[in-house]
Design a protein around this ligand. Structure first.
Ligand code: F6R
Length: 624
């Protein structure tokens, strides 16, 4: 959570920081701030406010229109000043300690230190007491305590002050610091919370994630934990805490430089929904050889799939919902013992994990701290961990034994869409590979399964063409306060995700329920004011699902059914239907999910909400 940027170089610092913060805003958007210093100047100026980056732009514009000019930005008659810009750091916040206010926004400045922070300093109260810092503080944040402590330890040697400070901190942190007397040098260090950095034509920069860098370069490195990185306009220097120089390990992002833009769509969420056919094809095709699933290019050995006796999937939110679909596939095809664990509960639930357990961790960002900690725990217990991740080089990827990357490209909208369906694509591949290796499928059966998987991009493409019909259905839900989504088996799993999508972007209270379970309590809530969305895609469950749908209809609920086309029959006369292209039942998750994503999207956009940035949320959840 929280977006961080640091830049030192010859470009317009203020613009680089503000543009980057806009790209990082999905990590947190309740306040924003920058600190800038022009080359050769002593003073570091801070501009910050509660609100969005657009509000911060206003603050900077106002500062620039008076006698004060924001350093690092061009003056009206000052071309040379514009070219020799200097350095700066910036932050977009998701509040943890201290409410949303101008004072609590980062950067925090105490004495010689100006600092932004991502993470949580757990022992901030003790630090205030132990070092008598109260008098230095003007905000309610844990971050300012770190700034004050750093300032207390600073006697002209940034490395020493950083080391001393970090030794006293408990918690997770990425700290990015400018010292008043250190010219245009930026320093960073971290524990758990990620920082990536690069040296490119425009200068040196760092960020909490790649999104902010990939406008400039696709080469970057991950700053290792408990190291210090120094950024200068023409060099980067990485050292460990003993002062030894360490060579940064550069990686290449395979995301296109402009793929983090909106491409003409009003919201990233719509763009990302529309990108799914390509993202899924990109995820599948490089892993199909002779019609069979193949992970040799990923370096994943077959023994991983043959030696295990049980599977444990660990994930949060949408990624966990992808895991629930995988659970259904593993049970029905592989007949293996499998559990899907909420990463945040995992360590406290006495999980049954050993050397015979294959742990599958699922995460778009690769940074979700609950999932990261659960992976570490499982590996300590002897399990092998294969992760399904979108962001290369992310923390969970680095902690795992093996990784299968989803090739979804950057996902910016807070509500996850293409990451989910590409995670599903990877699970279909894993299940097929395991079925082949464990003798459950013949070669021909595996090939036929993979051929069906390869049809999913087109099936989703068909759904996307129906976006107008789905928009019309969305229009009928705008006034709902509460809503139920009902289905059985895989339909229930699909709806858990559909319901999460709807509630997070539209703020309608939506509950997914296994439809057979409704009559054991929740049906008491069904009235004519409670619309019901049903999913009917599993032929063998259809008649029972329809009986449950009739039960809610009889209680006055308006029902819309997302249904596999070939089984819709004459239901159209009775119900509002969205027909989904036919696939084998176990693959219907793909078209159905895309349809439900569009439903959530249109409800939110028609209500006039900021679809990409739902209230209270952030894209990357790095607090427990
Ligand atoms: C919902 C959503 C979240 C994430 C969850 C895990 O749309 O995006 O529920 O799925 O926070 O995030 P990752 O996949 O990054 O671990």
């Amino acid at each position: 959570m929280c977006g961080i940027i640091g830049y030192t170089g010859s470009e317009n610092v203020k613009e680089i920081l503000l543009d980057a913060l806009e790209l990082l805003e999905y990590r947190g958007y309740d306040s924003a701030g920058i600190a800038v210093r022009s080359r050769g100047m002593q003073q570091v100026s801070v501009y910050k406010c509660a609100g969005r980056v657009s509000d911060l732009r206003e603050v900077c514009a106002q500062a620039g229109s008076g006698t004060e000019r924001v350093p690092g930005s061009p003056g009206q008659n000052d071309g040379a000043f514009a070219r020799t810009a200097g350095c700066g750091i910036g932050h977009t916040r998701w509040a943890t300690h201290g409410g949303v206010s101008d004072a609590n926004a980062h950067p925090h400045q105490v004495g010689a230190v100006t600092l932004v922070h991502n993470g949580i300093i757990e022992n901030y109260r003790e630090l205030i007491a132990d070092y008598d810092l109260e008098g230095d503080l003007v905000s309610d944040t844990d971050t300012e305590v770190a700034a004050a402590l750093l300032n207390r330890f600073y006697e002209g040697d940034p490395h020493e002050a950083i080391r001393k400070t970090v030794a006293k901190l408990r918690g997770t942190f990425a700290l990015v610091v400018m010292f008043a007397d250190q010219g245009d040098v930026i320093y960073t260090t971290r524990n758990v919370s990620p920082v990536v950095a690069t040296l490119c034509d425009q200068g040196a920069m760092l960020a909490s994630d790649l999104t902010a860098l990939c406008r400039f370069t696709n080469r970057y490195f991950v700053v290792p934990e408990y190291h210090i990185l120094e950024l200068r306009s023409d060099a980067v220097r990485l050292t460990d805490f003993d002062g030894n120089e360490v060579e940064p390990e550069y990686l290449t992002a395979d995301w296109e430089l402009n793929s983090a833009g909106k491409n003409g769509y009003p919201f990233y969420m719509e763009k990302e929904i529309m990108e799914q056919p390509q993202a899924i094809a990109d995820t599948i095709e490089e892993r199909v050889l002779g019609g069979l699933p193949d992970f040799s290019a990923d370096g994943v050995p077959d023994e991983l799939f043959t030696d295990c006796e049980r599977i444990c999937i660990i994930a949060c939110g949408t990624a966990r919902h992808a895991g629930l679909v995988a659970q259904a596939l593993v049970k029905s095809i592989l007949h293996m013992h499998i559990e899907v664990e909420m990463a945040s509960e995992f360590m406290y639930s006495d999980p049954v994990i050993d050397q015979k357990t294959l742990v599958l961790a699922v995460s778009q960002s690769g940074e979700t701290i609950d999932t990261l900690e659960a992976v570490k725990y499982a590996r300590r217990r002897g399990a092998k961990c294969l992760s399904v991740i979108n962001v290369r080089g992310s923390s969970i990827a680095r902690e795992s034994d093996y990784v299968l990357y989803t090739n979804a490209g950057p996902e910016i909208a807070v509500a996850s869409t293409k990451a989910y369906t590409t995670q599903l694509a990877v699970f279909y591949l894993i299940v097929a590979r395991m079925a082949l290796l464990r003798g459950v499928f013949t070669t021909e059966e595996t090939q036929s399964y993979i051929r069906e998987l390869q049809r999913t991009p087109d099936a989703i493409g068909e759904v996307l063409k129906k976006k107008r019909d789905i928009h019309v259905v969305a229009g009928k839900l705008l006034g709902a306060k509460d809503l139920f989504m009902v289905g059985r088996g895989l339909d229930y799993s699909i709806l858990l995700e559909g319901s999460l999508k709807l509630k997070e972007v539209s703020y309608i209270h939506s509950e997914a329920y296994a439809s057979g379970e409704l009559k054991h309590g929740p049906i008491a809530l069904i009235t004519q004011d409670t619309p019901v969305v049903a999913s009917v895609t599993q032929e063998k469950l259809m008649s029972k699902e329809l009986s449950n749908i009739k039960e809610v209809r009889s209680r006055g609920a308006d029902v819309v059914i997302f249904i596999k086309e070939s089984i819709a029959g004459s239901l159209e006369e009775e119900y509002e239907l969205i027909k989904l292209p036919d696939m084998r039942d176990e693959f219907m998750v793909m078209p159905a999910s895309a349809a439900l994503q569009l439903l959530a999207y249109y409800v939110s956009s028609d209500k006039g909400f900021d679809v990409d940035k739902p209230r209270n949320l952030a894209k990357v959840v790095t607090v427990e």
